[in-house]
Design a protein around this ligand. Structure first.
Ligand SMILES: NC(=O)c1ccc[n+]([C@@H]2O[C@H](COP(=O)([O-])OP(=O)(O)OC[C@H]3O[C@@H](n4cnc5c(N)ncnc54)[C@H](OP(=O)(O)O)[C@@H]3O)[C@@H](O)[C@H]2O)c1
Length: 262
């Protein structure tokens, strides 16, 4: 990217979401002017955390846009040097929600590559694993409430993880900006710190937090062993991911501060 694009004007879609809020925070701290899109700019409760961010009053603008309305992002994107597209419509099918979610991610990314290829748009995708960390929005997103459930002894939401990659929310935001600012970024970037199976995770957590009613054991699923190759971020761009201990420590400290663990 050209130097004049750094600290320029960028758009973040779905700006009030879990991941996007943290990205807006990091972009503002880095000096960017941010246009954030939301479906309802009149919803003050849902947006208050964004207005409290450092630099928001000077460099944040919130506008209305809905993925279901053709052309509704045009005004938000006009005049921006870059777009961080995180908004995602969540449809809740009655059966196999995890499979539908995975399918929707694959199809959305495929459509983005096709559209950008045909329209000469420079696209780079960041693929985070399961995101862990303090939440800025007032309501817990489903990922954060699954983690809270685990800390309170629930197994159901984590059972399907089997083996899963985890990444700190701050690292996801920082990686988006690192890749955006790097001149030779291209293609897909797997964004994940550590892959562990459920039993490794609960063993680690219950050793660190013996007073929390974390489940003792999970039935292990018959899943192939895998790791993520994150060398495009680590070796090529020099990114250093926070450890799994650090991400859960930050997340648990935040749940505690907010009174969720009582
Ligand atoms: N959380 C994770 O562990 C994780 C891991 C990997 C990838 N991801 C991906 O990261 C992205 C953000 O996830 P998240 O966890 O931050 O979810 P989130 O908190 O639910 O944020 C999604 C945002 O999308 C917006 N949205 C929903 N429907 C929309 C529509 N029709 N038009 C415009 N905006 C719409 C919502 O904003 P408004 O209601 O304010 O408009 C919402 O704030 C998603 O694509 C998700 O699949 C998340």
């Amino acid at each position: 990217m050209a130097m004049d694009q750094i600290n320029g004007k960028v758009c973040v879609t779905g700006a009030s979401g879990y991941l996007a809020s943290w990205l807006v925070k990091r972009l503002l701290l880095a000096g960017y002017h941010v246009t954030g899109t939301v479906r309802d700019p009149g919803n003050e409760r849902k947006l208050a955390h964004l207005w409290r961010l450092e630099g928001a009053k000077e460099r944040l603008q919130i506008v209305r846009a809905n993925l279901m309305d053709e052309g509704s992002f045009d005004d938000a994107i006009n005049g921006c040097q870059g777009v961080f597209h995180t908004a995602s419509p969540v449809l809740k099918p009655s059966s196999n929600p995890k499979i539908w979610y995975a399918l929707s991610k694959i199809l959305a990314e495929k459509a983005a590559w096709e559209f950008c290829g045909h329209n000469g748009i420079d696209l780079v995708t960041i693929l985070p694993s399961f995101v862990i960390g303090p939440s800025l929005p007032p309501d817990l997103c489903s990922t954060a409430s699954d983690v809270l459930g685990l800390l309170k002894g629930e197994k159901e939401k984590f059972q399907w993880h089997g083996r899963m990659g985890y990444v700190h929310i701050d690292d996801v935001a920082l990686c988006h900006i690192l890749v955006y600012e790097h001149q030779n970024s291209h293609g897909r970037y797997l964004c994940s710190s550590t892959v562990v199976d459920n039993n490794e995770l609960v063993s680690l957590l219950s050793t660190r937090y013996p007073l929390l009613p974390i489940p003792e054991r999970f039935e292990l699923l018959d899943r192939p062993y895998y790791e993520f190759n994150t060398s495009k971020l680590t070796s090529l761009l020099g990114f250093k991911f926070k450890s799994i201990e650090e991400m859960f420590d930050d997340c648990i400290a935040w749940f505690d501060e907010q009174g969720y663990l009582c």
